[in-house]
Ligand binder design. Structure first.
Ligand code: LLP
Length: 432
C-alpha cells in the first residue's frame, strides 16, 4: 500500500494501524478522520534524531502546527520534545492549553496584530519570526513596556522558485512573506533591528514552499542564506546564531510520487551546509526546520459513506459522499492529488471510473477526479488517504455541515476521540 501503516484484512477491508476502517466507521459514524498516533511519533523522531545527528546539538524540528492544530498534536509535540511553529494567537492558545513550553515556539505570520504580539510576549514566546519592520517596532515597544528583551529572527526571501503549486510557493522575491535579500532591504532591516534596544536578533528564517520532492531548492536556499550571513559578517560584523530553513518536504499522496527518506534528505542538506560554513569561516549556526505536512499527513485517512452514484451516459460518473470541501478543501483549491479507495471492498476489480464528489451546493466540491474503484453501493465506506495535513486545519462549516470527528489509534491499537464531531448546537453557538 501507499504507506506501511495501511493494509487490507481478511474481510477485504482497509485497515490503518491494524484497525478495520469499516468497523471504525460503523462505531463512530462518518465522515471520520482516523489518525495513527505512532506514525506522527515516528515522523517526529526521524526529524529530531536526524537533525541532532547531522546538524549537532541545539538543532531540532519545529512542527508547523498550521498543518494540524489541536490539543492532541501539541500534547504529542510536548511528549516528543520538539518545538512548534505557530501563526496565530489561536494556535498559541491551543498549545498553551496543553502546557506547551513556549520557549520552543516560533511565532510566524505576515500580519501579526498588536494583540498577537502582546499575547505572545505575555506568554513567554521564545521567538517571533519577524516579517516586516512595522511589526518589529511594535515588538520592540511592547517588550520595552514589559521590561524584557524579546528574541526574534527575521524572515528573508532568498529568491528561490521551488517549482511547486503557485499557491504554496513562498520564497520568491515578490512573495507576500519576508524581506528580500536581492533588493538590499534585508540588510536595511538587519541594521534597523540592531538599533533597537528591546529585541535580540538571533537569526534568520526562510521557507521556500510546500510539497517539494527535490533536494536542490533546499540546498540552493541554504546556500543563499549562508552567503548572506557571510556578507553580513563582512559588512557589519553581525554573526547569526540560528538559521531556520522552514518546511516543505513532499509527502506521497499517490503511488507515482516517491516516499522521501527525510533522514537522508537532512543528511544531504547538512553535508552541504557544513561544507559552506567551513569554506566561509563563519560560526556554525543552529539549524531549525519546520516540517508540517511531512509530520502528520501520512498518519491519517478520512472515511466517508457513499450516497448516490450517478452515471451520465456518454459523459462521466459521479460517486457522492457525506463530506467534501468542508472537511477537505484541497482538491477544490489546488487540484491536489489523493488516493481514493473503496474501504469496504479493497481487492475487488477497480473497473468503475468516476469523480468523487462532496455534498455541498457547489460544482467545484470534488475530492478527486478520474478515480478507479469497484462500483460502490449506497452505504459502503470510501476512504481518502493521507489527509492528516491541511485538512482538518482548513475545514469549514460551509453549508452548515458540522466538522467531522477525529479519532486516534494508539500503539496498543486502542481507538479514542481526539476531536469531537461538531453538533448542530455547535453550529449555532455563536449565532445571536
Ligand atoms: N514554515 C512556514 C513558514 C510555512 O509557511 C509553512 C507552510 C511550513 C513551515 C510548513 O510547510 P510544510 O512542511 O507543511 O510543507 N494549505 C496548503 C499548504 C500551505 C503551506 C503554508 N505554509 C496545502 O494544503 O497544501
Amino acid at each position: 500500500m501507499l504507506h506501511e501503516n495501511l493494509s487490507v484484512n481478511e474481510k477485504n477491508h482497509l485497515c490503518i494501524a491494524g484497525r478495520d476502517t469499516v468497523e471504525l466507521a460503523q462505531k463512530y459514524s462518518t465522515p471520520l478522520m482516523v489518525i495513527d498516533e505512532e506514525r506522527i511519533r515516528r515522523n517526529a523522531r526521524i526529524y529530531k534524531e536526524a537533525m541532532k545527528e547531522y546538524f549537532g546539538d541545539g538543532s531540532y524540528p519545529l512542527f508547523a502546527s498550521k498543518a494540524l492544530s489541536c490539543k492532541y498534536v501539541y500534547r504529542i509535540a510536548k511528549q516528543e520534545d520538539i518545538g512548534i511553529d505557530i501563526v496565530s494567537s489561536g494556535e498559541l492558545y491551543t498549545a498553551l492549553c496543553e502546557g506547551f513550553d513556549l520557549s520552543k515556539a516560533y511565532f510566524h505570520g505576515n500580519n501579526k496584530t498588536d494583540f498577537d504580539i502582546n499575547y505572545g510576549i505575555e506568554n513567554g514566546i521564545g521567538h517571533f519570526v519577524v516579517d516586516n519592520m512595522n511589526e518589529l517596532d511594535v515588538i520592540d515597544r511592547i517588550a520595552g513596556e514589559k521590561g524584557i528583551v524579546q528574541g526574534i529572527i527575521i524572515r528573508l526571501t532568498p529568491g528561490i522558485d521551488p517549482h511547486t503549486h503557485a499557491a504554496i510557493s513562498t520564497g520568491k522575491v515578490d512573495s507576500k512573506f519576508g524581506i528580500a535579500i536581492e533588493t538590499g532591504q534585508a540588510t536595511e532591516a538587519v541594521k534597523y533591528t540592531l538599533s533597537k534596544k528591546n529585541v535580540r536578533l538571533d537569526g534568520f528564517h526562510c521557507h521556500i514552499g510546500s510539497q517539494i520532492f527535490d533536494i536542490k531548492p533546499f540546498c540552493d536556499a541554504a546556500r543563499l542564506m549562508i552567503k548572506y550571513i557571510v556578507k553580513l559578517k563582512k559588512e557589519i560584523g553581525f554573526e547569526t546564531e540560528i538559521l531556520n530553513l522552514g518546511g516543505g518536504f513532499g509527502v506521497r499522496y499517490i503511488q507515482s510520487q516517491p516516499e522521501l527518506d527525510y533522514k537522508e534528505f537532512i543528511r544531504l542538506i547538512s553535508q552541504f551546509i557544513n561544507e559552506e560554513v567551513r569554506a566561509s569561516g563563519i560560526k556554525k549556526p543552529i539549524i531549525l526546520m519546520e516540517p508540517g505536512r511531512s509530520m502528520v499527513a501520512d498518519s491519517c485517512l478520512t472515511l466517508y459513506t457513499v450516497g448516490g452514484t450517478k452515471e451520465i451516459h456518454g459523459f462521466k460518473n459521479y460517486v457522492s459522499v457525506d463530506g467534501g470541501m468542508p472537511d477537505n478543501p484541497r482538491y477544490a483549491l489546488y487540484q491536489s492529488d489523493y488516493t481514493v479507495c473503496l474501504a469496504s471492498r479493497m481487492n475487488d476489480p477497480c473497473d468503475f471510473e468516476c469523480t468523487v464528489a462532496g455534498r455541498c451546493c457547489e460544482s467545484g466540491d470534488l475530492l478527486q477526479e478520474n478515480v478507479k474503484m469497484p462500483k460502490p453501493k449506497r452505504g459502503e465506506i470510501l476512504s481518502v488517504l493521507v489527509t492528516g495535513a491541511y485538512n482538518y486545519s482548513m475545514a469549514s462549516n460551509y453549508n452548515r455541515i458540522p466538522r467531522p470527528a477525529v479519532l486516534a489509534i494508539n500503539k496498543n491499537g486502542e481507538d479514542f476521540t481526539v476531536i469531537k464531531r461538531e453538533s448542530f448546537e455547535d453550529l449555532v453557538k455563536n449565532d445571536l
